[in-house]
Design a protein around this ligand. Structure first.
Ligand SMILES: Cc1cc2nc3c(=O)[nH]c(=O)nc-3n(C[C@H](O)[C@H](O)[C@H](O)COP(=O)(O)O)c2cc1C
Length: 276
């Protein structure tokens, strides 16, 4: 399956069959995690934890938001400049890998009992745990009901292409036509999941450079840096698949300027082909 097909297929799954992850799936996920790399600086680890380890069932509370999940991915990271974007970039890679395996996942930020998970991953004082995701077999019967009831409507509702993408600067919206070779990578950004479906990423295209921002929220819990990390993952994987070469760099000149609540994070710079 191509990256864009996997991105289009992924959606938040909140109902599972209860069947524990089969060994072959758990092994594939752990192998994938072991080989993960990120273009950003930051320290993060992703753990796979189970409710059925040993003789006693392990309690991993999600306050009723998730039903029937036996296994969870847990994101643990250390604070740094791009610590959250980096952690989210890595986590979304794993989410997409699980989607390709046919497994369900759902980014969960608020509604889980942190102490249950902290214990299972042996959380250290310098580490943060804000995100988990169930991973497992999708309960298709319940999904059918969810679809009928419209409770997965967020999945389909995304802002139009030009709303969060800009041409040259924040005063001009970017059309799909003017996005050129970046149309598909940006379309994959548009489809990214985000906390409460807020879609807080902002991207300015200027001269083969794409400046990535996140729109900070005034809410007590702001997940905009995680949302941006997911968007960066979709953008990077799609560029790689389409063989659009470039690299990420933090440009100090831009970092100094803060625009309203739009906080600069990083720039993607297109490589110029070398002359023969
Ligand atoms: C950082 C982050 C935090 C999220 N937290 C929760 C959560 O606590 N509970 C929940 O049910 N969904 C949560 N979600 C899932 C979003 O609601 C979902 O991604 C969004 O509505 C789009 O729907 P989709 O994932 O089906 O495309 C979170 C997503 C992200 C990216």
């Amino acid at each position: 399956m191509s990256t864009s097909e996997i991105i289009k297929q992924r959606r938040s799954i909140r109902n599972y069959t209860g069947e524990p992850l089969r060994k072959e799936h758990a092994d594939q996920i752990l192998n994938y995690i072991a080989g993960l790399k990120s273009p950003f600086e930051g320290k993060a680890r992703i753990e796979l934890v189970h409710t059925h380890t040993g003789t006693e069932p392990v309690k991993l509370g999600t306050y009723g938001v998730i039903s029937g999940a036996s296994d969870f991915l847990v994101l643990v990271y250390e604070e740094s400049d791009m610590g959250e974007e980096n952690a989210a970039y890595l986590f979304e890679n794993v989410i997409l890998f699980c989607t390709e395996l046919g497994l369900g996942t759902c980014w969960i930020s608020g509604t889980f009992k942190k102490s249950d998970f902290a214990k299972q991953v042996n959380l250290q004082p310098n580490e943060f745990l804000k995100i988990v995701s169930p991973v497992g077999y999708i309960n298709d019967k319940k999904r059918f009901v969810e679809t009928l009831m419209g409770s997965d409507r967020n999945h389909k509702s995304r802002k139009p292409f030009k709303e969060n993408f800009y041409d040259g600067y924040f005063d001009k919206h970017l059309t799909e036509e003017n996005a050129g070779i970046f149309r598909d990578p940006l379309e994959m950004v548009r489809l990214a999941p985000s906390a409460s479906n807020k879609q807080t990423w902002r991207v300015i295209l200027n001269n083969g450079m794409l400046h990535f921002y996140h729109h900070e929220s005034i809410a007590m819990f702001d997940f905009s840096k995680f949302d941006l990390g997911i968007a960066l993952c979709h953008f990077d994987l799609t560029c790689k698949e389409l063989r659009i070469a470039g690299k990420f760099e933090v440009l100090a000149k831009i970092k100094k300027i803060s625009i309203r609540k739009d906080k600069y994070s990083v720039t993607w710079i297109k490589s110029t082909p070398r002359p023969y």
